[in-house]
Each structure stands twice: as C-alpha cells, then as structure tokens.
Design a protein around this ligand. Sequence first.
Ligand code: XBP
Ligand code: MG
Length: 255
Amino acid sequence: MSLQALIFDVDGTLADTERDGHRVAFNQAFTEAGLGWHWSVEQYGQLLNVAGGKERIRHYIQQYCAEWQPPQDLQGCIADLHTAKNQHYQALLSQGTIPLRPGVERLLQEARAEGIRLAIATTSDLPNVITLLEQTLGKDSLSWFETIAAGDMVSAKKPAPDIYNYALNQLALEPADCLMFEDSQVGCQAACAAGCRPIITVNDYTQNQDFAGALLVINHLGNPDQPFTPLAGDSGEAKYLTISGLTTLWNKSVS
Ligand code: XBP
Ligand code: MG
C-alpha cells in the first residue's frame, strides 16, 4: 500500500480567498440589491463558521436581520444574491490579485511528477474553483485534478463528510489511501468524519480554531526559501512539505 492521492480544500487552503475575495463580493452583491448589509472583516470571521455561500446568507438573515421584511420567495432571493456574489467574485479573481498560498503550486507539480493523484473537495461552487485554478495555474491545470467535488454536488456542506465521500467515490479510493488538506475547523471535521486525518495550513481567520484529529498543523506548506512554522503534530526536521515528507507522515498515520 502506498499514498495514492492528495485531496485539497480550496478557500483558505489553496488561496486566501475569503477576506479579500468572497467577503468583498458578498458585499458588492448586497449593495447592488439595495440591501444595507455589510460584512466587516471581523464579522465575516464569525460567519465563516457556516460553510457555503447560500447557507451563510441564510444564517446571517436569521441571526442579524430581525427587522428586515423578507420577500415571499426567500430561497429565490438568496439564490439570486449568491449568483450575483459569484459573478463579482470571479471578476475579482480575474484581476489576478489573489495568489496561491506558499508551496501550493510546488507541491501540486511534485505530486504530478511522482504520479500521485490529485482531487479537490470544496464547499464553494465549481465555476469559482475553475476561475481560481485557471487564473493562478493556467487553463491546463483543470486537467491536473481527477475530480473537482464542489458546492451543491452534495446536499450537506462541511463539517459533514459528504463532499470528501463524493471525491473518494469518484477516485474509487479509501480515505486511508489519501491525504487531505484543509485550513479550517469545519474542514478538519469534514475530513475526519470522512475517515482521514487532515493536514492543516492555518490562516488569519482560522489560526485559533480547534484542529482535533489533524495529522499536522502548520502555517503554510512552505518552500525551500520560506520554511513553514510547525504548530501541532510531528513534522520532523522538514522545513517544507514534499511528497517524500508526506509519504513519511502518511506511513505513520496508517501504521
Ligand atoms: C469555503 C466556504 C465557501 C466560500 C463561499 O469553502 O465556506 O462557502 O466562503 O463559497 P472551502 P460559495 O473552504 O470548502 O473551499 O459562495 O461558492 O459557497
Ligand atoms: Mg477552507
């Protein structure tokens, strides 16, 4: 048995898309719809506990908009806001201002060179993922991933394991054949519930969260000239994650 595949979360893991991407786009959609809603950087950190854009808007309405008179078709209203938000988000990505996180491109290339299969499991919608990948890694990069499990392909969003189960099913692999990469507590819970101890790369929004069950917690994947900071778990002498380092970690996790 050997490590077969790496499965990546997108938002917060491949790129820091939340604060300056999704959040800004949500606010643009709210303004455009004539709503007086504005999600600050701080408040958005709380709202991120609810995965999924439509689910997040619904949660916000329930928690913070007691005075607001909802339209008869609330579901349609939320869907329209979410569609508009995604258009703004993709326009923002197309400006090229949101780069991949340190070590992401290097590790993906290394995995491809060593025949390790790649997949994505995200709460975000597929067109958002496609735009991010094409913008940062080029059009060809979509073909690097055997499956891109995204958004409403499953009904229960993270922390439910469904999107990981969907990706594993598409890959025809067991959780023990894979390593999963996440940045958040809800993502960590989803990976654990799917049967895999994830590797966590934290960001500003998630650095103080609880990553019970994670194999390793670091600040980013690292690069030869940009070592990661270990936060929990055993990264040995490694300064950046390589396929060889991941194989060692994976061997320990399955033995
Ligand atoms: C992160 C999310 C998403 C995005 C918004 O997804 O929670 O909901 O904030 O995306 P992940 P959508 O970390 O799983 O990649 O608006 O497209 O849902
Ligand atoms: Mg994430």
